[in-house]
Ligand binder design. Structure first.
Ligand SMILES: Cc1cc2nc3c(=O)[nH]c(=O)nc-3n(C[C@H](O)[C@H](O)[C@H](O)COP(=O)(O)O)c2cc1C
Length: 187
C-alpha cells in the first residue's frame, strides 16, 4: 500500500508522530511518504497514493492554517480516497469531559471548514515542550496542563503520546482499506 502522510505542526511533535507512523508502516511492508502541509503543497500528488493520512495539532482550538488550507484545497481528492486524520492535542490526554467535548467541536469545525470527511480519526495525546516555549507560551501551557489535572514542572518536557495506540491505529487503517470504491459499469 502506498501511504501519503501530510501533517501540520507548530512545535514539531506531530512531525515526530508522523515519522513514527511512517516507520511502522514501512516495517509492515508499505511505502510511506511524509510531507509538511505548506504553501507549495499543490505539488503533492495525492493520486499517486492508495490511502492518505493527515495529522495536525490543536493550538487555541485550531489546527495549523497550512493543514486547513491543504485539506480545503484538496478536499475532493481526499474524499475520493480512503483517508484518516490524527488529531494531536492535550485535551486527548486528559479525562475532563469538557475537554473531550471541545475536541469534538474542533474536529467538527475542521471537517466543516475544509469539506473533507476522514473515514477514521485518531485522537492522539500531545506533548508539553517547555524547552521550546517562550515565556508566555510556558505560562499558558502550565495553566492549560494544570486545568487538565496534569501537574508539570517547566524544567522538563513531557511526551504524553500513546505510541502503541498510534501504531494500532495506522495498521488498522491500512488493513481496513479495501481500496477506493469501484463503481460497476452500467453499460
Ligand atoms: C500555545 C499552545 C496552545 C495550545 N492550545 C491547545 C488547545 O486549545 N487544546 C488542546 O487540546 N491542546 C492545546 N495545546 C497542546 C498542543 O496541541 C500539544 O502541545 C501538541 O503536542 C502540539 O503539537 P505540535 O508540536 O505538533 O504543534 C496547545 C499548545 C500550545 C503550545
Amino acid at each position: 500500500m502506498r501511504v501519503l502522510i501530510v501533517f501540520g505542526t507548530t512545535e514539531g511533535h506531530t512531525r515526530e508522530i508522523c515519522h513514527f507512523a511512517a516507520d511502522v508502516l514501512r516495517k509492515a511492508g508499505h511505502t510511506a511518504t511524509t510531507e509538511e502541509a505548506a504553501r507549495d503543497s499543490a505539488d503533492v500528488q495525492i493520486g499517486a497514493y492508495d490511502v492518505v493520512l493527515l495529522a495536525g495539532s490543536l493550538h487555541i482550538g485550531r489546527y495549523q492554517p497550512g493543514l486547513v488550507r491543504f485539506a480545503q484545497a484538496r478536499a475532493d481528492e481526499l474524499n475520493a480516497k480512503p483517508s484518516a486524520f490524527i488529531s494531536v492535542s492535550l485535551s486527548a490526554a486528559g479525562e475532563n469531559p469538557d475537554d473531550w467535548e471541545c475536541l469534538e467541536d474542533c474536529l467538527a469545525r475542521f471537517e466543516h471548514e475544509t469539506g473533507w470527511t476522514p473515514h477514521q480519526v485518531h485522537k492522539a495525546e500531545g506533548a508539553i515542550k517547555y524547552s521550546q516555549y517562550d515565556f508566555f507560551k510556558r505560562l499558558a501551557l502550565k495553566h492549560i496542563a494544570a486545568k487538565r489535572g496534569q501537574a508539570t514542572v517547566t524544567s522538563r518536557d513531557y511526551d504524553l503520546t500513546d505510541y502503541d495506540a498510534v501504531r494500532a491505529f495506522v495498521l488498522d487503517f491500512v488493513r481496513a482499506d479495501r481500496g477506493p470504491a469501484v463503481l460497476s459499469d452500467p453499460r
